[in-house]
Design a protein around this ligand. Sequence first.
Ligand code: PBG
Length: 330
Amino acid sequence: MSPNPFYRPRRLRTTQAMRDLVAETTLAPTDFIYPMFVAEGLDAPREITSMPGQYQHTIDSLIARVEEAATAGVRCVDLFGVPLTKDAQGSGAFDPDGILNQGLNALRSRFGNDIVIMADTCLDEFTDHGHCGVLITDGPRAGTVDNDATLELYQKEAVSQAAAGAHVVSPSGMMDGQVAAIRQALDENGYEDVAIMAYSAKYASAFYGPFREAVDSSLSGDRKTYQQDPRNFKESLKEVALDIDEGADMVMVKPGLPYLDVLAAVADEVDVPVACYQVSGEYSMIKAAALNGWIDEDRIVTESLTAIKRAGADMILTYFAPEAVAALGR
Ligand code: PBG
């Protein structure tokens, strides 16, 4: 007797039109946030060796690249700054004329409210030691990041970013209490409309490797005393709950693909938009394999971003944002 299965799930996979009809997850241009770098003292954009296709931009090349991306359909950028000089306090981060604030200003002047302009709110690009906060200098804890002293600098930084035109500030330093401190400072300075996207569940990850070159980081050592231990899961739920309680408008899980279990749990738990960051190392691994002809870049980009969305992300920070939007049209 020839077998005759009663259940035939393959029926819904027979044609592209049928597969599109029953697809549970679809990507849209508004899902993507494009992280970009603006650097001080450059005459021309400099390609980041470990992130082919990504650049440290001049103000002019930043504007040109965002124009291109926005025309293609990207609706949100997240800006990081790379200063020429760094110091122990990271004072370039809250200098109104610092490179990041200059970049934000230029973006807001050119694009107004047509795109969402996000600012990275952290000190690590601006400190000579490369840490996300100021260091304790004396006593048994010398060399560790001083949580509460750092909060005051984040407050100044966030206010300067709001003044420069950021719609969203995004504290990425994993200091305790950073969201509440920033919310208070923004409100006291008349920026109650500026939103906070909190890097809530951020792991101390080797997947950030290429980002170090992207921001000319001076870090030696690691961030294990403030970022989360990859072996832990529950503390992500705690970090997220604390941030929402402190006033986060959106929360984030970071990195992306290696942490989909965390992302799914967070998305399940909260009632605010959840972002996920496909980080530099994820980008570089895909790029390196694609440049070797080992994988199909377009398909891997779409598949990895679909997987992140399927796991529960409402929006995805990805260096592939322009390519991903273009791929949607094909
Ligand atoms: C720190 C920060 C980092 C990234 C974003 N913000 C680096 C780190 O925490 O070590 C990493 C982003 C990426 O790897 O793409 N302000």
